[in-house]
Write a protein that binds this ligand. Structure first.
Ligand SMILES: *[C@@H]1O[C@H](CO)[C@@H](O)[C@H](O)[C@H]1NC(C)=O
Ligand SMILES: *[C@@H]1O[C@H](CO)[C@@H](O)[C@H](O)[C@H]1NC(C)=O
Ligand SMILES: *[C@@H]1O[C@H](CO)[C@@H](O)[C@H](O)[C@H]1NC(C)=O
Ligand SMILES: *[C@@H]1O[C@H](CO)[C@@H](O)[C@H](O)[C@H]1NC(C)=O
Ligand SMILES: *[C@@H]1O[C@H](CO)[C@@H](O)[C@H](O)[C@H]1NC(C)=O
Ligand SMILES: *[C@@H]1O[C@H](CO)[C@@H](O)[C@H](O)[C@H]1NC(C)=O
Ligand SMILES: *[C@@H]1O[C@H](CO)[C@@H](O)[C@H](O)[C@H]1NC(C)=O
Ligand SMILES: *[C@@H]1O[C@H](CO)[C@@H](O)[C@H](O)[C@H]1NC(C)=O
Ligand SMILES: *[C@@H]1O[C@H](CO)[C@@H](O)[C@H](O)[C@H]1NC(C)=O
Length: 751
């Protein structure tokens, strides 16, 4: 503990330096709405939720005059007698100060997978007052997909925890997309659609993100009126809490996608019918894009904005993505400028202070369309300083560098990190550690913030904590030192085996430098074939060694819930790699027509390894299929609705669409799913290979695909209940697996 505290002083005092990026006067009105006293009370309440009465030992003040002339947030820590004073320029800044103190003076830790909150008594002294100022105005959070992959079934209790996490981690600009369908419904009804047309348009809850972006419609729907009402009331609570903590919330704007039935009411409007998206045909895709220069665009945009502001109030920033993964019909720069100008006008005519937030994903996704002239034209359709671009995947493919810093529009450097909410240890630590500083130092940089934009959360806690800390620093961290202190805080005990494990993870799974867009393509979670991609972006030996060190740490850290979570996660990753190794053995044996070897390796895979993995996952709450499904059912008010939500939640993580349109994109490693989905299809694959060798007929992938589709679809409708409470003793399970498979893992790596 002392070592951590000593380190902290060095850390924190070296941070006074302010690096000032370009200051956009156009953004100066983006600031907390509520008075300092309201924000102060909100942070006090947060601290009480976190540490109970110990919160009374803190003196919390929000004082806006701590904000500097560039609008940059800061917090100050000091000891006042036995108490610790935390002053923040906003509620978020004060909450960040609290967490910084809890981390670096008290050795505590807060994460999605658990907390370690043994606060020393009395509170450790802050020897001399410390001031920390962030170099950027905004810390953004969320991807438009997060609402479907992670938040879809959340109740207020879970949202409250998340908003606390945001404040503690310094997030001051969160997306607030919940409940927008209720607003859209009002708008469409006022335009003359009837209820059945609206029901036919909205997707089910687990697919709303893509409905909102115009990628798909109808699939998984309809939305019930109780769903809409619940989400609306949730959104009002969410916004109230976010604003009371001083966050600047981002509301949805109108991007031009409309229901087909609007053509019934307005047959003469100018629309483009887009093509099918991601293997969807026009039954559920090919949405209609209203031309932004059509007068109706302005009407709908105006109605929507007016209604959303009436219902939710506003912080003057709106998110709209017209061309996400779908290219415009013309690449003429004049056309592209006209489009963005019309979109912006529809915002600004309702809210003169409107700022348009745009995901920069399109530039990454379709570089052949979005050449410099096209990007410049789109971005210059609104005045400089009125669009903020999210450089969405900047840790991997930063766009600011090739666009002269988005041609003068402000941007936010974001770590995307996760696709589809996949489990799988992964990260690009070096890029996260240096990227934001390089972006700020870039010639004529227009960077105004940092952010995290994962498609799904509740995985890889470490990389998010790292990114959130970096948002408040002025120089990169020494990662070797940081990871050791992380390990100690996370488990509440300094343990050299755990530290060694983390160091090895940092050098392997968290140091992937190649571009892996859809990163968990492990054979484990993909439909089997003889041509599966088995590449990985890290040194497998280091992963297995990290597993060994985690195992050695078990006797000392068995009381730590975050340790048990990590023990499962690292063991899971090791087993995922073993699946790949067995798959390679099976493939080689099959190609050599060695039936016995196919059966031996296949037998281990299907009858031992995968069941063991399922047991392992079933022993910790965060890895349960049952929790995901139960959360879905709990949102329903009728049995019919419950069945629909059950289908939504199972389909999203497996087939993703009626026919496996985006098959396994949002794969998860859940206890229950491994047993009844992944294992079942591996079993069928093996059976087909054996039959092929026995009968001397070639393995036919297309026949297998047809057969395995029934297995996959069967899982979605099997009606089986899965436990939402963990079963089995994690440590015993890991011990058995380790003793059995660690020597095999070493054998595989010694090739
Ligand atoms: C806020 O800080 C300013 C400047 O330090 C100080 O003058 C003022 O009294 C503080 N306000 C409160 C309510 O403490
Ligand atoms: C909604 O409008 C469509 C098209 O006119 C019509 O077929 C349908 O019956 C209407 N539904 C209701 C509930 O009025
Ligand atoms: C519809 O918009 C396109 C794109 O600007 C334009 O070329 C076309 O003339 C418009 N059609 C009508 C009927 O206004
Ligand atoms: C489109 O997809 C739907 C749903 O998967 C399917 O029922 C339909 O047959 C497909 N239509 C065409 C034209 O392929
Ligand atoms: C900035 O531009 C100058 C010349 O315009 C160049 O010499 C310098 O290397 C550039 N700096 C960076 C960080 O790109
Ligand atoms: C930076 O901006 C200035 C003023 O617009 C311009 O003269 C200069 O060329 C820019 N530097 C670079 C490296 O783009
Ligand atoms: C980081 O810290 C370690 C351990 O204290 C030290 O050995 C190493 O030299 C440091 N690295 C850098 C780049 O300062
Ligand atoms: C990541 O790998 C690169 C080489 O690919 C190496 O230079 C760097 O030090 C590694 N970073 C960490 C944190 O291990
Ligand atoms: C992988 O890691 C092991 C253990 O640290 C090391 O001995 C080996 O040289 C590494 N392999 C490569 C290719 O870097």
């Amino acid at each position: 503990m002392m070592r951590v505290a000593a380190l902290a002083v060095v850390f924190l005092t070296s941070l006074g330096l302010v690096v000032s990026g370009k200051v956009f006067q156009t953004l100066s009105h983006l600031k907390p709405q509520y008075r300092d006293a309201v924000q102060t009370a909100a942070v006090q309440d947060l601290l009480h939720r976190l540490i109970g009465d110990r919160a009374d030992e803190f003196l919390i003040y929000v004082n806006n005059s701590l904000t500097d002339s560039d609008g940059l947030d800061a917090y100050q820590l000091s000891s006042v007698g036995e108490k610790v004073a935390v002053v923040g320029s906003s509620g978020v800044a004060a909450a960040t100060g609290c967490y910084s103190y809890l981390k670096y003076y008290c050795g505590c830790h807060i994460s999605w997978s658990g907390v370690q909150l043994r606060v020393p008594s009395p509170l450790p002294l802050v020897a001399s007052p410390v001031t920390v100022r962030t170099p950027n105005r905004f810390r953004y959070y969320q991807n438009v997909c997060t609402s479907s992959y992670s938040f879809v079934w959340w109740d207020w209790a879970r949202w409250e925890k998340e908003i606390d996490w945001m404040a503690l981690n310094g997030i001051n600009m969160p997306l607030a997309f919940t409940g927008q369908e209720a607003i859209w419904q009002r708008v469409y009804l006022s335009l003359g659609l009837n209820q059945s047309e609206i029901n036919e348009f909205f997707t089910g809850p687990a697919f709303l993100a893509w409905g909102r972006m115009g990628n798909i419609h109808t699939w998984g729907g309809p939305l019930s009126s109780s769903w809409m009402l619940k989400q609306l009331s949730l959104q009002n609570k969410i916004l109230e809490r976010m604003r009371s903590l001083g966050m600047i919330t981002v509301l949805p704007g109108f991007s031009g996608h409309i229901p087909q039935s609007l053509l019934r009411v307005f047959p003469k409007i100018n629309v483009t019918r887009l093509g099918g998206w991601s293997n969807f045909n026009c039954t559920y895709s090919c949405s209609y894009l209203l031309h932004p220069e059509d007068p109706l665009f302005h009407t709908i945009g105006g109605l929507f904005m007016t209604e959303i502001i009436r219902e939710f109030g506003t912080d003057h920033i709106y998110s709209a993505d017209t061309f996400n993964e779908m290219c415009p019909t013309s690449s003429d720069p004049a056309y592209l400028s006209a489009i963005s100008s019309a979109i912006f006008k529809s915002m600004v005519d309702v809210d003169p202070g409107a700022i348009w937030l745009m995901q920069g994903w399109l530039f990454v996704n379709s570089p052949s369309f979005w050449k410099p002239a096209q990007i410049r034209a789109l971005l210059h359709g609104a005045p400089i300083g009125r669009i903020i671009v999210l450089d969405l995947f900047a840790e991997n493919m930063p766009v600011y560098q090739s666009t002269e810093s988005f041609y003068g529009q402000p941007f936010i450097w974001c770590m995307l990190h996760n696709f589809g909410g996949n489990h799988g240890l992964y990260g690009q630590v070096d890029s996260v550690n240096t990227g934001p500083f390089d972006a700020l130092a870039f010639n004529n940089s227009t960077m105004v913030g940092t952010g995290i934009t994962p498609e799904g959360i509740e995985q890889n806690d470490m990389i998010y904590e790292l990114m959130n800390e970096i948002a408040w620093l002025s120089n990169p961290l020494n990662l070797t030192e940081w990871i050791s202190s992380y390990s100690t805080r996370r488990y509440g005990l300094e343990n050299t085996n755990a530290q060694s494990a983390w160091q090895l993870l940092l050098e392997s799974v968290y140091n992937c430098t190649q571009s892996w867009k859809d990163h968990n393509h492990s054979p484990l979670v993909r439909r089997p074939s003889l041509r599966m991609n088995t590449d990985i972006c890290y040194n497998q030996t280091k992963l297995f060694e990290a597993w060994m060190f985690m195992y050695y740490a078990t006797p000392y850290l068995a009381d730590s819930s975050t340790f048990l979570y990590d023990l499962v996660d690292v063991t899971r990753e090791a087993l995922q790699q073993l699946v790949t190794e067995y798959y390679k053995e099976i493939r080689v044996a099959y190609l050599n027509e060695d039936l016995e070897k196919v059966m031996t390796a296949g037998g281990v895979l299907v009858y031992d390894l995968l069941p063991e993995l399922d047991n392992l996952l079933s022993s910790q709450p965060q890895f349960l299929l049952g929790r995901w499904l139960e959360a879905a059912r709990q949102m329903a008010v009728t049995e019919e609705e419950a069945s629909l939500y059950d289908m939504n939640s199972r389909n999203q993580i497996t087939l993703w669409g009626p026919t496996g349109n985006i098959l396994d994109y949002a794969n998860k490693q859940f206890g229950g799913l491994v047993q009844d989905y992944y294992k079942e299809r591996w079993s069928l694959f093996l059976w087909c290979l054996i039959e092929s060798l026995n009968m001397d007929i070639p393995f036919q992938q297309d026949l297998f695909n047809k057969a395995v589709f029934s297995v996959e679809n069967e899982f979605i409708y099997n009606g089986k209940k899965y436990s939402s409470t963990p079963t089995g003793n994690t440590i015993e399970i890991v011990k058995n697996i380790f003793i059995k498979y660690y020597p095999i893992a070493r054998k595989f790596t010694s090739y």
